[in-house]
Design a protein around this ligand. Structure first.
Ligand SMILES: Cc1cc2nc3c(=O)[nH]c(=O)nc-3n(C[C@H](O)[C@H](O)[C@H](O)COP(=O)(O)O)c2cc1C
Length: 325
């Protein structure tokens, strides 16, 4: 069971992207990928409508909740509430560089406060036996060396965190936007590999810039798992390719079959008042790189937001594609 073993590949937490509809769609493409929620702040769960932030479809398992925060009491309370929803993992965000997150004293700036992250891990573990994991960078600002990464990992591991997801570039906390912080600092996989060599007892998952099964194979020579973000969102069929790559007995569904599998879900959601657009916006990349991809995107973009739009939009979008005709 996944709780006890690391997933070979996972889809990164992405704000505004990996919502429940996106995850349901991705699950059709890969039965085994570990999926992550968008980051949810501990404050939102403690003080807000927790159920709105925490509920998900059973089909989304295996699913990790990503929490943002640094107050051990709040992180513990949010964990206690989340435990009732049966997530497969709860992950602490120590990688996000945005100003909003920094002013809340969490995200990547926490790499400079390993004792506080360790305190959060301990407080959270008291509430549940769901694994508590950490997603970080390899460094921040001028702290761009292996010793800094070690000084972060060691106390957090000593607090009981066994699994670390590491985005293999530093975060620059001032002067770069979150988007630039995902492209400008160079990737340094070697530093993550070294961590696995030096701490073989830890589960190390690498993240950043992975775009193909071959690249995933290459990193898995060195670490336990690979996390994929933007490429999985923009070209989601990669998830089916990865699933098949690791589990050749699993037959890859065609892209059209994936659309078909989404139809009953879409019917239910639309009947419950969800705008079709909120689901189909995650499906725009399904045919990326294929003939007709533009027609698919364009048809959905033009029709899915309209009042009363339902499954017929997807069927007509397939028919609008030259290759499918
Ligand atoms: C739109 C977007 C939103 C993101 N939101 C989060 C987030 O909520 N929490 C987090 O830890 N990382 C977040 N990230 C970073 C990704 O999880 C990942 O670390 C990063 O994109 C690098 O992986 P990639 O090169 O495979 O995309 C976000 C990235 C994108 C593109």
């Amino acid at each position: 069971m996944l709780r006890d073993s690391v997933a070979m590949f996972s889809v990164a937490p992405m704000m505004d992207w990996t919502d429940t509809h996106c995850r349901y769609f991705m699950r059709q493409l890969s039965p085994s990928a570990l999926l992550y929620t968008e980051m949810v702040t501990a404050a939102a769960i403690v003080h807000g409508d927790a159920d709105r932030f925490l509920r998900f479809n059973e089909e989304e398992h295996p699913l990790a909740l990503q929490l943002g925060g640094s107050d051990p009491d709040w992180m513990a309370e949010a964990t206690a509430k989340a435990a009732g929803y049966n997530y497969d993992e709860i992950n602490i965000n120590v990688g996000c560089p945005s100003d909003r997150v920094q002013s809340g004293q969490f995200g990547a700036c926490l790499m400079a406060s390993p004792a506080l992250v360790a305190e959060c891990v301990v407080a959270m573990q008291k509430e549940t036996d769901i694994p508590i994991t950490v997603k970080s960078r390899i460094g921040i600002d001028d702290s761009d060396d292996y010793a800094f990464l070690q000084a972060f990992i060691e106390p957090v591991a000593a607090a009981g965190c066994r699994r670390f997801v590491i985005h293999a570039r530093i975060a620059i906390l001032e002067g770069l936007s979150p988007k630039e912080n995902r492209t400008v600092p160079p990737l340094n996989y070697e530093r993550v590999y070294r961590l696995k060599r030096d701490y073989p007892e830890l589960e190390i998952v690498i993240n950043g810039g992975l775009a193909s099964p071959q690249q995933v194979d290459a990193v898995l020579e060195h670490v336990d798992g690979a996390m994929i973000g933007r490429q999985a969102y923009h070209q989601p069929y990669l998830l089916a390719e990865l699933e098949h790559h690791f589990n050749t007995a699993w037959e890859m569904p065609s892209r059209e079959e994936i659309v078909e599998r989404m139809l009953p879900y879409i019917d239910r959601q639309v009947a419950d008042g969800t705008s079709l657009n909120r689901i189909t916006r995650h499906m725009l990349g399904l045919f990326a790189g294929q003939p007709g991809a533009r027609a698919w995107r364009r048809f959905i973009s033009e029709h899915a937001h309209r009042e009363g739009a339902g499954r017929e939009v997807l069927i007509n979008a397939l028919n609008a594609m030259p290759a499918a005709a």
